[in-house]
Ligand binder design. Structure first.
Ligand SMILES: *Cc1c(COP(=O)(O)O)cnc(C)c1O
Length: 392
């Protein structure tokens, strides 16, 4: 019986201590609460703190919306391919492509839709995808959707990647290299410059696919991502990001060539067969993106706080792969990571332990993710105490 089998499996999941459950969060007078308890959120993707900014919401309603809400503001009622493509959607894509100085931009309903919908559309039997071992689940799902041929290379190992390239370059029409710019579990970064150099060595055969989900808004002089800080925006064939994290909106976007955009509009099933995001969300994304370069103060605050916490962790003997706002405290042992998480919880911080299989065996951890508004003065004290959970 289905019900019995599922119940049995849920019991097993719970026994392993990996049962996933929703927690209910709210903001009471600005105070983040979780299941009713006021906490400091150390698991947020709202990296610039924009999601909690009432002044921005107020400005948005004053400047961007007429007195009367436009028709269908909260529901586009159709796919963009049918009757769901409102003017603001074209405007947002124009803004994106002009800001990145690229031929074209395309918005998907989420970063997940984006990663599932791109490779599955553009790859054929003469395509090989070579993906970093740690890329996001949405990219893997995109590869599996149409049984795309793919290989994985050891995380951030460019020499290993090049060996796979050499071995396969003559057997395929094109090789698509898939990476993230900032990785979600270690907070470390890809060497985009080296990847671009590698692409140049095999110039007409390599397509670079880079997901900047954790870097868009956060890195770069104008907040366009790590590819902006490294100066390689123009070299990345499919540059992806999300509005859902630092931009406190919703939707995935890519900047790319006109041909790739046109092709995706014709063949990307997650774009074609899903109702478009509500126009008001596009309006918000556009509003935030128009201002993204102006959030330098927030970016600087975030980077300063992150550098401080990383240093503190290093001083306490933690390995520190991160060079971003995502900061892992790796305990190795599942039980120790859980104890550390419970400790922070009692101190009023929400920071769940991340364990295998989400991360590799033996690397259970706390994963702190900071925002521009995280109060780190008190956090330093709490972190000091974390070292007592380390294996001696
Ligand atoms: C969060 C994330 C996504 C998914 O984006 P959503 O907009 O949340 O669906 C895709 N890729 C990476 C690397 C992410 O971290």
């Amino acid at each position: 019986m289905l019900e019995d089998r599922l119940k049995e499996e849920l019991i097993q999941i719970e026994k392993m201590g990996s049962l996933r459950q929703f927690r209910t969060i709210s903001y009471l007078n600005d105070q983040f609460t979780i299941n009713g308890k006021p906490m400091i959120n150390l698991a947020s993707n709202d990296y610039l703190g924009l999601g909690a900014r009432e002044d921005l919401v107020e400005m948005f309603f004053k400047q961007e919306l007429d007195q009367k809400l436009p028709t269908s503001a909260f529901g586009s009622t159709s796919s963009r391919l049918l009757t769901g493509n409102f003017e603001v959607m074209d405007q947002l894509e124009d803004l994106l492509k002009n800001t990145y100085h690229r031929e074209a931009a395309l918005v998907f309903n989420s970063g997940y839709h984006m990663n599932v919908g791109i490779i599955s559309a553009i790859a054929d039997k003469n395509t090989l995808v070579i993906a970093d071992k740690l890329v996001h689940a949405s990219m893997i799902d995109g590869l599996r959707l149409t049984n795309t041929r793919f290989e994985r290379f050891r995380h951030n190992d460019i020499d290993g990647l090049e060996r796979i390239v050499k071995r396969n370059i003559d057997s395929y029409d094109e090789l698509i290299i898939m990476v993230e710019s900032v990785y979600s579990m270690d907070g470390d970064v890809a060497d985009l410059r080296e990847l671009v150099n590698l692409k140049r060595r095999y110039f007409d055969k390599i397509i670079l696919y880079v997901d900047e989900a954790h870097a868009a808004g956060v890195f770069g002089e104008n907040g366009l991502g790590l590819s902006e800080s490294v100066g390689v925006i123009q070299e990345i064939d499919i540059l992806c990001a999300t509005f859902g994290k630092a931009m406190a909106g919703m939707g995935g976007y890519i900047v790319t060539s006109q041909t790739i955009k046109d092709y995706l509009i014709n063949r990307s099933r997650s774009l074609i067969f899903s109702t478009a995001l509500p126009p008001i969300i596009y309006q918000w994304n556009k509003f935030i993106f128009q201002h993204i370069r102006s959030f330098n103060e927030e970016r600087n605050a975030l980077h300063m706080k992150a550098a401080k916490i990383r240093q503190l962790a290093k001083d306490r003997g933690f390995d520190m792969p991160s060079s971003s706002q995502i900061i892992p405290f790796i305990f190795g042992d599942n039980e120790l990571a859980l104890q550390a998480s419970d400790y922070l919880n009692k101190e009023g911080y929400f920071c769940p332990a991340v364990r295998p299989p989400t991360v590799p065996q033996g690397t259970a951890r706390l994963r702190l993710s900071l925002t521009a508004s995280t109060d780190i003065a008190n956090l330093e004290v709490a972190i000091d105490a974390l070292s007592k959970f380390k294996k001696q």
